[in-house]
Structures are given as structure tokens and as C-alpha cells.
Ligand binder design. Structure first.
Ligand code: PMT
Length: 404
């Protein structure tokens, strides 16, 4: 279950060109199981209509401090009942009013009359974002514990380009998950590998596999949401989960070097990548010509990165492998669990429908030494990632207390 499931989130929308993106933020929050209570300022209504947001949130948009048919006390009702207040986009005016406690409309009243955590997602022109007054307001809000999702650089209203564009809906929702979810991996150093390695045959051809990287990225996103410092060693170019350090690699040898360099200081390593088991002994430097006939490509084994990590694993480190199987799922994964000295292996039957490579869903069996297998039925890869991270947290807790 997502950290947002069942949470009551007030989504404040202020008057900027990025207001249209609040609709996508609302949709994603609702999809994650949150109850979204939208509040729009008067200025926001110049940019988007209330009907669209009302249709996609969990209840109709609130706009009015004075003539509100839903409650006689709108200035306190919404903030008091919230688990989180999220303002996206937050204009310079909203930041200034919130900093001053200047509660002139429904949204600013709601921000003052709450004990819930608050996230603001500023969006404005670069000159405004860099103005000392805005910098000062943001600093003060941060000191008070307000969470700030910083804007990105990119195209702004009027065709200008620079810092100040609203963060992506994905980044905003990830921030909400971080604020509302358990922080049971705070300060924990996690390495996740993702994607399939590509082993060159010549200058243009590779030995590859079907891994999209989605499962590894989902593990990285969940670890980040739980407070971990995440390094993602990746062969693919999916949008990186916000806060991850991404180390791009292509071959098994590059992945091995990147991981082994960082492994000694890692508390958790999750090998979700599909590492090629074989690679061409030598890659031709140019393109092998078709007219020269069908080439014979001699293969050799790649290094087994995970087995190497298992052989040198520090006692405090939790080492997790994945097993991609098409038959005898549990028996084959069990052998890998033991042989590679793992704390956990996540076995997926990649021949099953909607499971494994490239799908948005997965179904897995979690195997640990000396514990009963746990089956996770077909679910979104992020839900599978949550189950994996929950098990890692359990393993860390049992190692630290010396019991299982
Ligand atoms: O990326 P997606 O499209 O989302 O698909 C997800 C996935 C199917 C790739 C993922 O769920 C998965 O199963 N990853 C592991 C794939 C794999 O290589 O399995 P394996 O059974 O061949 O290897 C066992 C473990 O050893 C894996 O953790 C693998 O990373 C590791 N290994 C394998 C070979 C090798 N030379 N070095 C390794 O470290």
C-alpha cells in the first residue's frame, strides 16, 4: 500500500501558469489512494477552471472563505482535518503571505490553521525565484519545517528559459510520499542496479536482454521515499527518481566496477539488473560487414557481480539479488540465494503473463535463508518494491537486535 493511501491531502493551487500541472498532481495522488481536497485561490481560477480539478480530485474545489456552503468555519476546517497540505504551484505572493501569516483567503487561512506537514512547490520566473525577498521567504519557511520542492530549469511562460519551472508531478508526489511515509531507511546507504547490460559485438551491435530497468527504478524510488541515500547504477535512461545519484553504465564490467567501488560503504545492495551471463570475447572495433558472411562470435562468461559481493560482504550489509526464472522458480532461486551468500532473493517467473521484463507489474517470491518463502501476487512494480524494502527493513532490524 502506498504511503499516501487513505491520507487526506489538501492540494492548494495558486495563480501561476503551472496551475494546469496541479491537475496531474491531483490525479496521481488520487491514484495512490489519497483523498484530495482541492483549494484554489482567486488568481488560480484565471489559469484553470474549477470544474476540471473538481472532477479529478476527491471532492469539489473550495475557493471561498466567506460564503462556503460546505461549512460555517472554512478557515479552520480544511487545515485541521489534513494529513498534509501541498501547494503546487506556489507563487511568490503565496510564499510571502504564508511566511508573514497573512491569512487573507481560504488557502492562506488553511496553511495557518493546521498542524499537518506542509509542502510548497514554488513556480515563477527566474528573476522572481532569485529575488532576495523570495530567497528570504523560502529560507524562513524551511527553518520552520516547511518542505520545499524546488523548481526546475526549463521553459517558462512567455517563452523564457531558466530556473523557476514547477517540479514535475512525479517529483511532487514523491515528496508527498517521503513526508507521509515511514522514514525507516533514513541515512542508510543503498545501491540499486537496474536495466540490462549490453555487451558489444562490434561498433554497432550488442548482446542484450529485455530488462527495461522499471523494477530497479521502483526499488530506488521506494528506498528514497523511506529516507535512504540511493545510488542507482543503471544501463537505461528512465527519468531518475528524485534524489538518486545515477551512475550510467553499459556493460557487465562497467557495472561491476561502479558497484565494487561503492560497495564497502553500502548498507544495502539490491541487484535488480539483468546482467548478461556471456559476452563476446573480443568486440570488433568497426562494423562487421554483412557481405563478409555470418560471423562466428565466441562468447565468454561475464564476472558474476553478485557472487563477488556475497564473497566479500561486510556483516552489517544486506545483500539482495533478483532471480529471473522460467521454471522451478523457488528451487532455482534458492540455489542462487545460498551460492551467492545473499540475505534475500526476489524470484520472478519471467515466463508468466505480466511478470518480469518490461511490464509495469510483477509477481515475486521473496526467499530468505531460514525463513518461509513469501509470495507477492501480481502488483505494480512499485508495490513489489515496497514489499522488498519492507523485508530489507526487517532483516536490518533483526541483524541489529541479533534475533529474527
Ligand atoms: O527491468 P525490468 O524490465 O523491470 O525487469 C525486471 C527484471 C526481470 C530484470 C528483474 O525483476 C530481475 O529479475 N532481475 C534479475 C535478472 C537476472 O539477471 O537474474 P539471474 O537469475 O540471471 O541473476 C541472479 C542475480 O545475479 C541477479 O540479481 C543478477 O543481477 C545477478 N548477476 C547475474 C549475472 C552476473 N553476471 N552478475 C550478477 O550480478
Amino acid at each position: 500500500m502506498s504511503a499516501l493511501a487513505g491520507k487526506r491531502i489538501v492540494l492548494g493551487v495558486t495563480g501561476g501558469i503551472a496551475a494546469y500541472k496541479a491537475i496531474e498532481v491531483s490525479r496521481r495522488l488520487v491514484d495512490a489512494g489519497a483523498h484530495v481536497v482541492p483549494i484554489m485561490t482567486e488568481s488560480a481560477q484565471h489559469f484553470i477552471g474549477t470544474t476540471t480539478l473538481s472532477a479529478l480530485a476527491s471532492e469539489p474545489v473550495q475557493t471561498d472563505l466567506w460564503h462556503n456552503p460546505s461549512t460555517p468555519i472554512p478557515h479552520t476546517k480544511f487545515g485541521q482535518g489534513a494529513d498534509l497540505i501541498l501547494v503546487a504551484p506556489a507563487t511568490a505572493k503565496l510564499l510571502a503571505a504564508y511566511r508573514m501569516g497573512y491569512s487573507h483567503d481560504l488557502l492562506t487561512n488553511t496553511l495557518i490553521a493546521t498542524r499537518a506537514p506542509v509542502i510548497v512547490c514554488p513556480a515563477m520566473h527566474t528573476e522572481m525565484w532569485e529575488h532576495p525577498s523570495v530567497i528570504d521567504n523560502i529560507d524562513t519557511l524551511r527553518q520552520r519545517g516547511v518542505h520545499v520542492v524546488e523548481p526546475e530549469s526549463g521553459r517558462l511562460a512567455g517563452g523564457d528559459v531558466g530556473a523557476g519551472r514547477l517540479a514535475s508531478p512525479e517529483a511532487i508526489v514523491a515528496a508527498a510520499e517521503r513526508v507521509l511515509g515511514p522514514r525507516d531507511l533514513t541515512g542508510v546507504q543503498v545501491i540499486v542496479s537496474a536495466g540490462g547490460t549490453r555487451e558489444p559485438i562490434d561498433a554497432v551491435r550488442v548482446v542484450a536482454n529485455r530488462s527495461s530497468g522499471k523494477q530497479g527504478y521502483a526499488v530506488a524510488a521506494e528506498a528514497l521515499a523511506r529516507g535512504a541515500d540511493v545510488t542507482l547504477v543503471s544501463t537505461v535512461s528512465l527519468p531518475a527518481p528524485v534524489g538518486a545519484i545515477v551512475v550510467p553504465v553499459e556493460t557487465a564490467a562497467e557495472m561491476q566496477a561502479a558497484i565494487e567501488q561503492r560497495a564497502p560503504s553500502a548498507d544495502v545492495i539490491v541487484m535488480a539488473a539483468a546482467v548478461a551471463d556471456f559476452r563476446p570475447v573480443a568486440a570488433a572495433s568497426g562494423k562487421i560487414k554483412k557481405q563478409d558472411g555470418v560471423p562466428e562470435v565466441l562468447l565468454e562468461p561475464t564476472p558474476d557481480i553478485l557472487a563477488g559481493l556475497g564473497a566479500t560482504k561486510p556483516a552489517r550489509q544486506v545483500l539482495v539479488g533478483f532471480a529471473a526464472e522460467t521454471d522451478d522458480l523457488v528451487a532455482n532461486a534458492q540455489i542462487k540465494l545460498t551460492k551467492k551468500n545473499l540475505d534475500l532473493i526476489v524470484a520472478n517467473d519471467v515466463g508468466a503473463s505480466q511478470v518480469g521484463f518490461a511490464h509495469d507489474t510483477n509477481a515475486v517470491t521473496l526467499l530468505r535463508p531460514d525463513a518461509e518463502p513469501v509470495e507477492i501476487d501480481l502488483a505494480a512494480k512499485r508495490d513489489v518494491a515496497r514489499a522488498v524494502i519492507n523485508t530489507i527493513v526487517e532483516i536490518r532490524a533483526s541483524t541489529q537486535t541479533g534475533k529474527d
